[in-house]
Design a protein around this ligand. Sequence first.
Ligand code: THU
Length: 132
Amino acid sequence: MNREELVAAARTAQERAYAPYSHYRVGAALLTATGKVFTGTNIENASYSLTICAERVALFCAVLAGERHFECLAITSSGRGRLSPCGACLQVLAEFAPSLQIIISTATGELEQYSLREMLPYAFSLETESKS
Ligand code: THU
């Protein structure tokens, strides 16, 4: 699975977005260490804060299917700007895949790639908590 194929899977998932409030559609495709792909899209709610992002839908589906090792995440959006994964999703991704690579498809179709550590250098971890 190459980067373009993973981005295409995210774009397909984006079409399933339920975004009647923001009209901002997001797609995510998560590649596991075993080569499987799990996709997600944002699902909004009339009680806005209950909305879930595309990235977490993809991750939670993968974990439910028994996957816990991930290599790469591709994300796409319907916006004109550049989509950056939200901090909440980065924290949730860091739980399972601190070395994850994140591919962002820009509005113009170019691909940008970052590591999760670059995007969230100080993720919360219980292991770093003071023991005093
Ligand atoms: N959204 C995502 O799905 N992923 C992100 O990383 C940022 C935001 C969604 C949530 C909401 O449905 C819409 O984008 C606007 O915030």
